[in-house]
Design a protein around this ligand. Structure first.
Ligand code: PEP
Ligand code: MN
Length: 348
């Protein structure tokens, strides 16, 4: 079960709750988020459940006590009825009516390249700039990213166009640096089960975008999100980016089933990355439309001013005009499923 403390609960009230948990020989997992503290109780048997729930509900500072049957608790739909809305500083939101669209190059390569990409995606109506400063490359000889300098460029290019920054953090040692420059910290597919990194990113309490691992089950993915949530970041966006398959026609198999499935299992918002999900430029548009039709809260798309010259993922990158065309075609699909485009006015 989980105990949700009210937003004004004092440390002493949280201590009283954990004190009682320990007195009952159960384990307490305290997750202090920026808005509220949530205490997970582990070890409750089904016989005692009802009595214990009533006992905890009476303690000062407790808002609610929720029984959870799933192994992932804090992120489960049972813990929260409505979808959580992740809000970024520039007004971008994940999980409400308006879609969040992150676009930009695979890697930050140079000032000129990044500024050209930022200008193009902002003009087409995206509200986040993506781009890797630290790149997880299969080969140690491939371009590894500009590192710290790339973070500066991302911040500057995004601020110039009113965009938020989403960028990957690869290493625990870079968490503070990335957290200082980005609005949304990306955990890449290859690190979905890097538990030390999940904990370190969670400890920043900043919003986190958690990509699905290359061969991760939905449950493993939600357990990874549970690590981040338990460590303190309650603003988590899940990103479906395709899983390994046997067919080399596409880079990955984009699992759009995950979108409605996750909607039922978790309160976290969900976005889709059709660029890594397909690896093929011509497939990005149709899969973007399909993702939003399936109920995704947003998209992450690779856009490069000159894909032929890209240092990574050129074959799956859209040009600025192709991205603008995608955004135009997306608008009626979004409307058809009750969503609004990022920059569209929405009645309160
Ligand atoms: C990326 O988005 O830059 C990336 C490397 O994607 P993934 O982790 O999904 O492969
Ligand atoms: Mn890429």
């Amino acid at each position: 079960m989980i105990i949700v403390m009210n937003s004004h609960a004092s440390d002493a009230q949280v201590d009283a709750v954990t004190g009682l948990i320990h007195q009952l020989h159960l384990n307490a997992h305290v997750s202090r988020g920026s808005e509220r503290t949530i205490v997970g109780v582990v070890g409750v048997t089904s016989d005692d459940k009802e009595t214990l729930m009533a006992q905890f509900a009476q303690l000062d500072g407790v808002e609610s006590v929720v029984p959870i049957s799933k192994s992932y608790k804090l992120v489960s739909r049972e813990a929260r009825d409505e979808t959580s809305v992740v809000r970024l500083g520039n007004g971008a939101t994940f999980g409400d009516r308006r879609l969040a669209i992150a676009a930009g190059p695979c890697s930050v390569e140079s000032r000129e390249q990044l500024f050209a990409a930022a200008e193009a995606v902002a003009r087409a109506g995206a509200n986040l700039l993506r781009g890797g400063a630290f790149k997880p490359r299969t080969s140690p000889y491939a371009f590894q990213g500009l590192g710290h300098e790339g973070l500066h460029l991302l911040r500057e290019a995004a601020d110039t166009h009113g965009l938020a920054v989403v960028t990957e953090v690869l290493d625990v040692r870079d968490v503070d640096d990335v957290a200082e420059h980005a609005d949304l910290l990306q955990i890449g597919a290859r690190n979905m089960q890097n538990f030390g990194l999940l904990r370190a990113v969670g400890a920043t309490r900043k919003p986190v975008l958690l990509k699905r691992g290359l061969a991760a089950t939905i449950e493993e993915w939600l357990m990874a999100a549970e690590y981040v949530y338990a460590a303190g970041s309650h603003d988590i966006v899940l990103c479906e980016r395709g899983i390994r398959s046997y067919d080399p026609q596409t880079r990955n198999l984009l699992d759009l089933t995950a979108v409605p499935l996750l909607r039922a299992l978790t309160h976290l918002p969900i976005v889709v990355d059709p660029s890594h999900g397909t690896g093929v430029r011509s497939l990005v548009l149709p899969m973007s439309l399909a993702a939003i039709a399936a109920g995704a809260d947003g998209l992450m798309i690779e856009v490069h001013p000159n894909p032929a010259a890209a240092k990574s993922d050129g074959p799956q990158s859209l040009t600025g005009p192709l991205f603008a065309d995608l955004m135009e075609r997306l608008a009626p699909v979004a409307r058809a499923v009750g969503r609004a485009m990022p920059m569209e006015a929405v009645a309160a």
